[in-house]
Design a protein around this ligand. Structure first.
Ligand code: ADP
Length: 257
């Protein structure tokens, strides 16, 4: 997709990146990081140069979901920049690789630290940077969206009716910032057992979001033990099983962004 016109001054560290995709959710635990990581590795498999920025200061999940050999970010002391670590060709930056204990910070400080880590990284030439956003639509998220010229947003949610209100908030935040929401991923929508399909959280709120806000794509991601296991093992499911159902869903999502 074409790059949006960015009003602010583009931070130097981001000038070599063609597309920046935000993967966002309105609360934690819905599978945002799972989607961000698998989307990134799908884009890499399609031949793109990709990086992942895990913007979650409080609970970074990237170090669990991927297992690079080097688990600590290096600094270039002279240039005062950060060199990303790498796993299977994808560049990775996360607070979980920063080598400190869990941060205790107030909102404005968190924003400063996120922006600094993001913009002082030597990303190099990238076709896509996938940002695993902190959950929610508060000041931290808003500030991050204002600093970064986002190309598109993907919103991850679960099918409950309650989630609809939160998703609507997310869509409105991106629309105010003139960032197109290209897809909603409805995660944990169903599971199959004994030849039957079960919908533990109900059905229909994803399609309601898509209709009401005119979002072009809706993807269903079922509850799959393999997805959870791969999240814990450090190898993304799309890498572990490139021909599987999950990989096919992510290939379709990859085409949308
Ligand atoms: P978030 O980033 O929204 O907090 P995560 O991506 O970390 O959520 O997912 C939370 C947990 O749920 C992880 O352990 C992950 O492996 C698991 N998980 C996410 N989506 C699925 C799914 N579709 N099927 C099975 N487990 C899942």
């Amino acid at each position: 997709p074409a790059k949006p016109i960015y009003a602010g001054q583009l931070p130097a560290g981001l000038q070599t990146i063609s597309n920046i995709i935000a993967v966002s959710s309105c609360k934690g635990g819905v599978g945002k990081s799972t989607v961000a990581v698998n989307l990134a590795y799908t884009l890499a498999d399609m031949g793109a140069r990709v990086g992942i920025f895990d913007a979650d200061v409080y609970g970074p999940s990237l170090p669990t979901m991927v297992s690079p050999e080097k688990r600590i970010l290096e600094m270039n002391a002279e240039k005062r920049t950060i060199i990303p670590t790498e796993y299977m060709g994808v560049k990775l930056v996360s607070f979980g690789f920063a080598g400190q204990g869990r941060a205790i910070m107030r909102g404005p400080m968190v924003s400063g630290v996120i922006n600094q880590l993001l913009t002082t990284t030597e990303w190099g030439e990238l076709d896509y940077l996938v940002i695993d956003m902190p959950p929610g639509t508060g000041d931290i998220q808003l500030t991050l969206c204002q600093v970064v010229p986002l190309t598109a947003a993907v919103i991850v949610t679960t099918p409950q009716k309650l989630a609809f209100i939160d998703v609507a908030k997310g869509v409105r935040m991106f629309s105010k910032l003139k960032v197109p929401c290209v897809a909603v991923v409805e995660n944990m929508c169903h599971f199959d057992a004994d030849g039957k399909r079960y919908y533990p959280f109900g059905r229909g709120s994803g399609s309601q979001v898509v209709q009401q806000f005119g979002i072009p794509h809706l993807f269903d991601l079922p509850i799959q033990p393999a997805l959870s296991a791969s999240g814990d093992s450090g190898m993304p499911e799309v890498v572990a099983d490139p021909q599987g159902e999950v990989s096919r869903t992510f290939q379709e999502l990859g085409v949308c962004v």
